[in-house]
Ligand binder design. Structure first.
Ligand SMILES: CCCCC/C=C\C/C=C\C/C=C\C/C=C\C/C=C\C=C\C(=O)SCCNC(=O)CCNC(=O)[C@H](O)C(C)(C)COP(=O)(O)OP(=O)(O)OC[C@H]1O[C@@H](n2cnc3c(N)ncnc32)[C@H](O)[C@@H]1OP(=O)(O)O
Ligand SMILES: Cc1cc2nc3c(=O)[nH]c(=O)nc-3n(C[C@H](O)[C@H](O)[C@H](O)COP(=O)(O)OP(=O)(O)OC[C@H]3O[C@@H](n4cnc5c(N)ncnc54)[C@H](O)[C@@H]3O)c2cc1C
Length: 556
């Protein structure tokens, strides 16, 4: 995050100064924003940067215990520099959060500089090798030119020039949220690869006396656990491509001082980061548990995969908070639509009158038609957004201010943002396949995946569709069965569909997911290499177990 921030927030002179040092690994940096007391509420960050016009320096300070920077990756022992987000003060006025480049350690002996107290925050659930750290600043001085001044400036005499948009400072977070959508796709693809390959190798139980034990991948319940997740990994692959395209287009516009789509990008990236990381987080556990006891072994690769992925739901914007950000924008769009404004592409459906399109229960609807079902996802999203938006309006009519009305409706707002994200993902998956240049055989297989994703998405949220009369109960049951009917068809290509992710064994880091399927021999080999097996009799025997056993044996 250090380099993307410099690339996005530096003037051209600052780029020339800092970026070559980064690219050549002459300095290593981190993104120090979160503090002990604040991670979400950025306007509440307490680190200060006071400008001293006499020396043309900023004085950075951690005024309270809660202002200590806490969590930044590689801050503890590795980074020589940091982008520090601090409240800018100049000429006696506070101008809010701004980014500053701060050198933390000497480039000669790597010792912390004067005024810098830095260290590791201690062991975490995962990310063991990463020295997430703390940083306490004590009246530490940096040159004026270390404030990243592409969007806002402080002149030598201390005069402040404000940015075209205050939220441009948040640009790196948007970029990383887009990356996390990609990260979710990759993590779910890895977990699906491990679980499906192992399920093809593992044989268990005897369905009928004398019959060979079947592959557990042949059980419909195993298929129902894994194949919707496999389809989701493909869905997330396509949606991260679409998300990155939108990010690149909007970022190009921002670089040309066109900020018209910055809110739409923030809302979409926030919703997709939260939706994909939540779904992936839960999916990793389903994949682990589908592998039985061996799934719980470190040899499976699942413990580390889960422990390293699960903070994706927290960092780069806590998921609930990001869903609320997305919903806040959707409510704004409903208002804009009602006042006749044209809505941008990803939310234009909110100005359509979808309610008249479908009414649940009418017979003869083709419930297997993906285009038709995507229109139901659209109706569900529109209904949820309008319902939540109406809640906000009623709160305001009852005398609340906007913040109070948004907070009071926040549970429904999160549901609306989830439905909006789900619609975007399902639609993108189906539309991406139409554009794919592939053989009819491959198109058929991918269509099966898209179908099971769409069907299962409705089955798992059928309440939303039934409550709003988008589907009747019997239609929801039919769609649920359509998903189950697809499972044996997907079974035929399941291993090929995970092989297609092309994870090398060294990357997958899983004995269960080995490409050669040689699991048992390699599990035994892996176990023999366990540190506890360096000696037949562990040294602890002589200290504890031996004396205990001998003492008790003498009593026999
Ligand atoms: C190239 C190949 C890559 C392959 C990738 C594959 C795998 C990689 C795997 C993973 C991904 C990669 C990296 C991740 C790995 C490790 C993690 C590493 C680091 C983690 C770093 C961090 O966590 S950094 C810190 C992150 N912190 C946050 O995100 C803070 C969250 N809080 C906020 O954003 C804000 O405080 C807030 C938005 C929640 C609240 O702001 P506030 O001002 O209090 O409230 P408002 O709601 O009133 O907002 C004001 C207006 O500002 C708009 N806005 C807010 N944010 C943005 C934004 N980002 N962009 C644009 N606009 C924004 C908001 O909409 C409001 O506008 P309106 O007033 O018009 O409504
Ligand atoms: C592995 C890891 C790596 C990280 N790396 C970095 C890094 O490199 N740089 C960096 O600066 N930070 C980093 N962070 C910090 C991370 O960005 C924050 O933890 C994250 O932004 C969440 O903020 P918080 O911890 O204050 O949670 P909080 O905001 O305190 O969240 C706690 C609970 O409060 C709820 N909540 C908070 N605000 C609201 C609201 N307005 N409405 C409703 N509910 C709300 C949340 O939904 C959540 O349930 C990292 C964190 C982790 C775990």
């Amino acid at each position: 995050m250090f380099i993307p921030t410099l690339e996005r927030q530096c003037t051209s002179e600052q780029r020339e100064k800092f970026l070559p040092l980064c690219y050549d690994y002459r300095i290593i940096g981190t993104y120090a924003q979160t503090e002990l007391g604040h991670g979400t509420f950025l306007r509440g960050l307490e680190t200060t940067a006071h400008y001293d016009p006499n020396t043309q320096e900023f004085i950075l300070n951690s005024p309270t215990i809660s202002s200590i920077k806490w969590w930044p990756g590689a801050l503890g022992k590795t980074s020589t520099h940091a982008v520090v987000l601090a409240q800018l003060y100049t000429l006696g006025k506070c101008h809010g959060i701004h980014p500053f480049v701060v050198q933390l350690r000497s480039l000669d002996d790597h010792k912390p500089l004067r005024g810098i107290t830095v260290g590791d925050i201690g062991p975490k659930m995962g990310f063991g090798p990463n020295d997430n750290g703390y940083l306490k600043l004590h009246k530490h001085r940096i040159p004026r030119t270390n404030m990243l001044m592409k969007y806002s400036q402080v002149s030598p005499d201390g005069t402040y020039t404000k940015p075209p948009r205050s939220t441009l400072t948040y640009g790196t977070m948007t970029f990383v949220r887009v990356l996390i959508v990609h990260g979710s796709a990759i993590a779910l693809a890895k977990a699906s690869t491990i679980a499906i390959r192992y399920s093809a190798v593992r044989r268990q139980s005897e369905l009928r006396p004398g019959e060979p034990e079947p592959q557990i991948l042949s059980y419909p319940t195993q298929q129902h656990k894994l194949f919707p997740l496999l389809a989701t990994a493909y869905a997330f692959h396509f949606v991260q491509l679409a998300m990155m395209k939108i990010y690149t287009d909007v970022n190009d516009q921002i670089n040309n001082s066109n900020f018209s789509r910055i809110q739409e990008l923030h809302a979409l990236s926030s919703g997709l980061k939260a939706f994909t990381s939540w779904v992936t987080n839960a999916g990793l556990e389903v994949c682990r548990m589908s592998c039985g006891g061996h799934g719980y072994s470190q040899a499976s690769g699942f413990p580390r995969l889960y422990a390293d992925f699960t903070p994706s739901c927290t960092y780069e914007g806590e998921n609930t908070v990001l869903m609320l950000q997305s919903a806040r924008y959707l409510v704004k769009c409903v208002r804009d639509a009602r006042s006749g404004k044209t809505l941008p592409g990803t939310v234009s459906y909110l100005s359509e009158d979808v309610s008249a399109v479908h009414s649940g229960g009418s017979s003869g609807r083709d419930l297997s038609n993906l285009d038709f079902l995507i229109s139901l996802y659209k109706q569900r999203a529109s209904n949820q957004v309008h319902f939540a938006s109406d809640k906000v309006d009623r709160g305001i009519s009852a005398g609340m201010d906007l913040v109070g009305a948004l907070n009071s409706a926040s549970v429904h707002l999160v549901s609306a943002a989830k439905a909006h994200s789900h619609y975007f993902i399902a639609k993108t998956f189906v539309e991406s396949l139409k554009l794919l240049k592939a053989s009819s055989e491959l198109q058929n297989v991918l269509h099966q995946l898209a179908s099971v994703y769409v069907f299962e998405g409705i089955a798992q949220s059928s309440g939303d569709f039934i409550e709003d009369y988008i589907l009747s109960g019997s239609e929801a049951k039919t769609i649920r069965q359509l998903a189950v009917d697809l499972l044996p068809l997907i079974r035929v290509n399941a291993v090929s569909l995970v092989d297609a992710f092309s994870f090398r064994d060294e990357v997958l880091q899983s004995v269960l997911g080995r490409y050669d399927g040689n699991v048992y021999e390699n599990l035994f080999k892996w176990a023999q290499n366990s540190p506890l097996n360096k000696t037949d009799v562990h040294p602890s025997y002589h200290k504890y177990l031996g004396p205990l056993l001998k003492r008790n044996q003498s009593k026999l």
